[in-house]
Design a binder for this molecule. Structure first.
Ligand SMILES: Nc1ncnc2c1ncn2[C@@H]1O[C@H](COP(=O)(O)OP(=O)(O)OP(=O)(O)O)[C@@H](O)[C@H]1O
Length: 450
């Protein structure tokens, strides 16, 4: 670590604090993540998901892990430095983002996701805090929860921040995949357009309730597997009609609306893949400059995003079954195999090119407690982001307590569970129209008590 001059702390998450630093040799500005847990051997370090997944990633929309250092039993990740995260941008924003800005960010994130999914991983904890921005460029960060698509279910450990958590995860599905990232992107895209979270649940049950209030309760024809999942944990969905999203996001274009609606489909199979999302008409105006043709000037002008509609499509086929009415036809093939790992190595400094790693969920299981997610940015609220995945009976009990009898007639958000704070109250028409480009009536608060 003596090779770096540490400047200041820029983040503090579940697993570590993040510092801005400068390489004394090259003068390069980097972000160093200092892990909270101590690591007494290299074997332990290379078992970390973050090491395992990030070391394989090399994409302009995925934050680059430059090196891993273990010194005095402390583990440091050295990343390329990014100026801020999307949450900070939203929090400090005085007026709504334009659709063009949202389009540009989302287009890049979908490219990063297409790459990650193609490589056989899915992120599992996409949220505004994990999308890092420098100028016009946005990159996916924090692979602490990333999972290999082919890793063996059941997936039982903690997954994803509640507000962006896909329904199949909320309902304790033992198997889920890349569509969980697509769900999160639907929620994030809507949030970018309104500066308010779309599904700000105050608990897992309230999360499902909030989702029902927006997209309506799932029907059997829509998502029979979901109803089976619910019944397996003795949960009954509240019978809620939902609202038209355009009521929550007034002024939104039809294309943006259509994309968000498809991303936030109950049925994971009905969500578009990242590749399909890139081809959605919402991104019609986006264009792609292949990396080999990019000059510095071009990079400055064009987000590396660039949605290689053609080339990406050639490189990877559909990775999970499903279709979208506005998307290409699907070939329902199974998940692609992730790339095989290469040889292991134990050394003080782990170069990112050729180490092997194996699974280790220990740190996740040990470090997650149940706490509300909302916290002021930059504070040490590690466990607020995640919720413990409970056993079926616990989940059933909790969810059942929130159930509205299925025999009740459809009603719009008749009795929302109490929300102690947060921006959304299950009522439509609370946002100002895009054309007004004004500050939302309530401040952008990201703090939920209880
Ligand atoms: N490469 C980077 N450049 C600049 N800031 C960064 C970088 N990586 C992370 N940060 C900042 O630090 C914060 C926490 O980082 P990160 O999400 O990796 O930590 P974590 O412990 O895994 O957090 P979480 O609680 O989300 O799991 C980010 O939200 C971001 O603001």
């Amino acid at each position: 670590m003596e090779r770096y001059k540490v400047i200041k702390e820029v983040g503090n998450g579940t697993f570590g604090s993040v510092w801005r630093a400068i390489s004394k040799q090259s003068g390069e500005v980097v972000a160093i993540k200092k892990m909270k847990k101590k690591y007494y051997s290299w074997e332990e370090c290379i078992n970390l998901r973050e090491v395992k997944s990030l070391r394989k990633m090399n994409h302009p929309n995925v934050v680059k892990l430059k090196e891993v250092i273990r010194e005095n039993d402390i583990l440091y990740f050295v990343f390329e430095y990014m100026e801020c995260n999307l949450y900070q941008l939203m929090k400090d924003r005085g007026k709504l983002f334009s659709e063009a800005e949202v389009r540009n960010w989302c287009f890049q994130v979908f490219q990063g996701l297409a790459y990650i999914h193609q490589r056989g991983y899915f992120h599992r904890d996409l949220k505004p805090e994990n999308l890092l921005v420098s100028k016009d460029i946005i990159k996916i960060a924090d692979f602490g929860l990333a999972r290999e698509i082919n890793s063996q279910p059941p997936f039982t450990e903690y997954v994803s921040t509640r507000w962006y958590r896909a329904p199949e995860v909320l309902l304790q599905s033992p198997t889920y995949g890349p569509p969980v990232d697509m769900w999160a992107m639907g929620a994030i895209m809507a949030e970018l357009l309104t500066l308010r979270p779309l599904f700000p649940g105050s608990s897992e049950a309230d999360e499902i309730y909030k989702i029902c209030c927006v997209i309506g309760s799932p029907t059997k024809s829509e998502w029979s597997e979901g109803l089976e999942l619910a019944s397996a944990i003795n949960y009954q969905f509240p019978q809620v009609a939902g609202v038209h999203l355009s009521a929550l996001i007034p002024g939104i274009s039809d294309d943006a609306l259509d994309l968000i609606i498809s991303l936030c489909s109950w049925n994971p199979c009905k969500r578009p893949t990242a590749l399909e999302a890139l081809q959605h008409s919402f991104f019609q105006s986006c264009f792609y400059v292949p990396p080999s043709l990019r000059t510095k000037a071009a990079i400055a002008r064009t987000p590396p995003s660039a949605g290689t509609r053609g080339s990406l499509e050639q490189n990877c086929g559909r990775r999970y079954p499903g279709s979208l009415s506005n998307s290409k036809p699907t070939n329902s093939s199974s998940y692609a195999k992730p790339q095989a790992s290469v040889g292991a190595g134990v050394q003080r400094k782990l170069d990112m090119s050729n180490q092997d790693v194996t699974k280790n969920d220990k740190n996740l299981k040990n470090s997650v407690k149940q706490q509300p997610r909302y916290r002021p940015p930059g504070t040490n609220g590690p466990t607020g982001n995640l919720e413990k995945t409970r056993g079926v009976s616990d989940a059933a009990e909790k969810l059942s307590n929130m159930t509205v009898g299925s025999g009740r007639p459809l009603a719009k958000a008749s009795a929302p569970p109490p929300m102690k704070a947060g921006g959304w109250h299950g009522q439509p028409n609370m946002f100002l129209g895009r054309s007004q480009e004004a500050i939302p009536r309530r401040p952008y608060i990201r703090k939920v008590a209880g």
